[in-house]
Design a protein around this ligand. Structure first.
Ligand SMILES: NC(=O)c1ccc[n+]([C@@H]2O[C@H](COP(=O)([O-])OP(=O)(O)OC[C@H]3O[C@@H](n4cnc5c(N)ncnc54)[C@H](O)[C@@H]3O)[C@@H](O)[C@H]2O)c1
Length: 313
């Protein structure tokens, strides 16, 4: 694909973040909002954030050069007429998104990808009955998208494989790691994981087990620090010799009981464990356990240095 042209609909916090992602990667982006004041705020915010990125050595170019690739407009047709990829960042309302997607499908090029930043609304909730919806899907970013480099790619049943593939190709061009999510689950995956921790956190505070501040510390100084290097499955494989199955044999019952206390009954049955082991044990084979735990520890050492010297000077 030649250089894609980008369009952003809605210039609030997430629109600002995506605009930086697209323009920082070297592409032109047109930004639409219904409010002139939102576009004025957009320009100020983008400038400030680009300057901060530059100061922190996360921008190779001059902020002005990146800004020069952005254009704002109050005209929706003008915003999307030549776009190859449209990122909708309007309010989290099914009615507004349905109305916007109906308009976008009429105004955009017939092969343009139309992605929503929606946090929880699924494409099947706001684009199901629209003609041409085979190129509509959700691309849910972390906040801010120019610092959290993953986005969940959540197609609906009506989204074609070729639209998904084009979307993924375009996201890679702008240095976003696309994470494919199947079946449009409520809250997608990012927020489901966040929600699982948050629900347990509330229960632990309610039961007098821990204070809110200490709970946050367990995450920032413990789990979160380690998870920025190895995810929960990789952590399991590296905490116990023998890979995923050995971890389940040692810890599975205890985790099951913790879930049961909260009314959950989702046993890790053998076939499920096989699926996880087939993926994770292939990446982190038990034969390389010493080497892989050393790599984890070296990364943690570097992270600890950053925490000491940069993050908490
Ligand atoms: N803020 C987050 O942390 C976050 C993270 C991921 C995804 N999201 C999702 O991104 C989307 C945008 O969220 P936000 O936090 O940027 O919201 P926001 O309120 O900051 O911005 C929304 C923008 O949309 C504009 N707008 C209102 N109606 C519009 C319309 N009909 N057409 C075009 N623009 C319109 C508003 O003027 C405003 O500038 C939501 O779907 C939200 O759930 C938000």
């Amino acid at each position: 694909m030649s250089d894609p042209k980008f369009s952003i609909i809605g210039s609030g916090s997430i629109g600002i973040g995506w605009a930086i992602v697209f323009a920082r990667a070297g592409y032109n982006v047109k930004v639409f909002d219904i409010e002139a004041s939102a576009l004025t705020n957009f320009e100020t915010q983008v400038k400030t954030r680009l300057e901060l990125l530059k100061e922190n050595e996360l921008l190779t170019e001059n902020p002005q050069a990146v800004l020069g690739r952005m254009q704002t407009t109050l005209d929706l047709a003008e915003a999307v007429s030549d776009a190859d990829y449209i990122q909708e960042c309007g309010p989290e309302s099914v009615e507004i998104k349905r109305d916007l997607f109906a308009k976008l499908l009429k105004l955009a090029k017939p092969d343009a990808i139309i992605a929503s930043s929606s946090s929880a609304l699924r494409a099947s909730e706001f684009a199901a009955d629209l003609a041409g919806n085979d190129r509509c899907l959700v691309v849910h970013p972390g906040n801010p998208p120019y610092l959290i480099s993953i986005a969940e790619v959540v197609p609906a049943k009506f989204t074609t494989d070729s639209a998904i593939a084009t979307c993924i190709e375009i996201l890679k061009k702008v240095a976003i790691i696309p994470i494919r999510v199947n079946n449009e689950p409520q809250g997608f995956v990012f927020n489901r994981l966040q929600g699982a921790i948050l629900r347990e956190a509330y229960c632990l505070v309610r039961d007098g087990v821990i204070s809110p501040t200490d709970l946050d510390l367990i995450v920032t100084e413990g789990l979160g620090k380690r998870w920025s290097i190895v995810g929960p499955f990789a952590t399991s494989a590296l905490n116990v010799r023998g890979g995923i199955k050995a971890h389940v044999a040692r810890m599975g019952k205890s985790y099951f009981e913790m879930g049961r206390e909260r009314g959950q009954n989702d046993p890790w049955d053998q076939s499920l464990v096989e699926v996880v082991a087939a993926d994770i044990d292939q990446k982190l084979p038990d034969a390389n356990w010493e080497e892989n735990t050393k790599k984890r520890d070296l990364a943690l050492m570097k992270l600890n240095k950053l925490f000491e010297k940069v993050i908490r000077p």
